[in-house]
Design a binder for this molecule. Structure first.
Ligand SMILES: C[C@](O)(CO)[C@H](O)COP(=O)(O)OP(=O)(O)OC[C@H]1O[C@@H](n2ccc(N)nc2=O)[C@H](O)[C@@H]1O
Ligand SMILES: Nc1ncnc2c1ncn2[C@@H]1O[C@H](COP(=O)(O)OP(=O)(O)OP(=O)(O)O)[C@@H](O)[C@H]1O
Length: 340
């Protein structure tokens, strides 16, 4: 086979319970992953004319946000292909092309998705025939989110998020995602979570899975799921990017069943009642605007009040930032990273 393309979905975290900081620099988690229908495509091909012929694994990134993604050995897809070649004990070669649609540094695990797709694509291209269990082990060494990108569906991750158990779920959930300009660094958000807990004298609890979330998934109950969404990293993401508080609030005002920062953010996820409701919600959110410098809410004024005061103060249009909004459904049926 001279080229193989693998499609891989983004994720949203339905529950992200963050435990204490471990000695290895990670946090123990209960992490309920959910694959949604925003996809990257990763193609692995026999080496051609893609840049420096001296490098065995090369990469090209296409799409609107390509400039934000490393096109060298810092790319997670390249690191995954290199790790796979190492595990097979050979210096394999490949040209990787990533067609990027998942937001970059948006808390939707786009880089992890590309790494998982590169593992599946190179496993085929090089005829290695490794079983998924072996790919899972390599995946976990690349990043905590990578094993889920291989598995897909809905699953709970424990440990640092890499030990997965698939979860029973019925029906399809409809989502709206508000993408932000500029990403948030995952280690920085975890660091801010620790800092806030320390400053507020809150000890880190041992994370446990939410029974109401599990029941909502089993029953395919979107209203219950909306109520059960929960992300311990959200206060940290809001602390680093205060304008997200307003984005979440607007979504709820517009009738979302639940609103949450996705993983480490800054993408905000809104749960809708149906596909039609998701389309309406997306249109309404896209028409609304957020204030880039929205001040953090004070005790005496809700964020909506702050926003109105800013508007009344005649703040210039330049201070506004239109939201870029997309709809998606989840869970995506079948496995995570799969050949087209
Ligand atoms: C926020 C999430 O996306 C939720 O799914 C993940 O927990 C992050 O997973 P990821 O991007 O694959 O992260 P990794 O590449 O494994 O780790 C990057 C950094 O995030 C922090 N990190 C990550 C996972 C974890 N359980 N605890 C952490 O504290 C650590 O500072 C780590 O050095
Ligand atoms: N293939 C890739 N796609 C996107 N980013 C990549 C890739 N390879 C490396 N990166 C780097 O990783 C950083 C985080 O990217 P990514 O899009 O995976 O973030 P994220 O969605 O916030 O991750 P997570 O949800 O797993 O914490 C980017 O800023 C980029 O520099």
């Amino acid at each position: 086979m001279s080229a193989i393309t693998v499609r891989v979905p983004a994720k949203v975290n339905l529950q992200l319970a963050v435990g204490p900081l471990r000695e290895d620099g990670y946090h123990d988690l209960v992490n309920v992953f959910h694959a949604v229908s925003l996809f990257d495509d990763v193609t692995a091909a026999e080496p051609g004319d893609l840049g420096d012929p001296g490098r065995p694994i090369k990469v090209k990134v296409r799409g609107e946000s390509a400039a934000e993604v490393p096109a060298d050995d810092g790319n997670l897809a390249v690191r995954a292909a290199q790790a796979l070649a190492r595990s097979a004990g050979r210096s394999y070669r490949a040209d990787l092309v990533i067609d990027k649609a998942i937001p970059v540094a948006g808390g939707m695990a786009g880089g992890s998705a590309d790494a998982a797709a590169a593992l599946v694509a190179c496993n085929e291209l090089w005829g290695l025939g490794l079983p998924v269990e072996d790919l899972m082990e390599i995946a976990a060494d690349i990043g905590s989110d990578v094993p889920f990108a291989l598995l897909g569906g809905t699953a709970v991750g424990t440990g640092r998020g890499e030990r997965l158990t698939p979860l029973e779920s019925s029906g399809v959930f409809h989502w709206v995602f508000a993408l932000a300009d500029g990403g948030l660094s995952t280690p920085r958000v975890y660091g801010e979570c620790d800092r806030l807990r320390e400053a507020r004298g809150i000890g880190a609890p041992q994370p446990t899975v939410s029974e109401s979330l599990l029941a909502a998934l089993r029953e395919g109950d979107a209203k219950e799921l909306g109520r059960a969404l929960c992300n311990d990293l959200q206060p940290a993401a809001l602390s680093l990017r205060p304008s997200l508080a307003r984005t979440l609030e607007v979504g709820l005002e517009l009738g979302a069943l639940g609103a949450i920062v996705s993983g480490s953010g800054p993408t905000c996820a809104f749960l809708a009642e149906s596909q039609a409701h998701a389309a309406d919600l997306a249109a309404a959110l896209a028409n609304d605007t957020v204030f880039e410098k929205d001040p953090a809410p004070t005790k005496d004024s809700a964020p909506s009040e702050d926003a109105r005061l800013l508007r009344d103060a005649g703040l210039s249009e330049d201070a506004r930032l239109s939201r870029s909004v997309v709809t998606a459904f989840g869970p995506v049926p079948g496995a995570g990273a799969v050949p087209n």
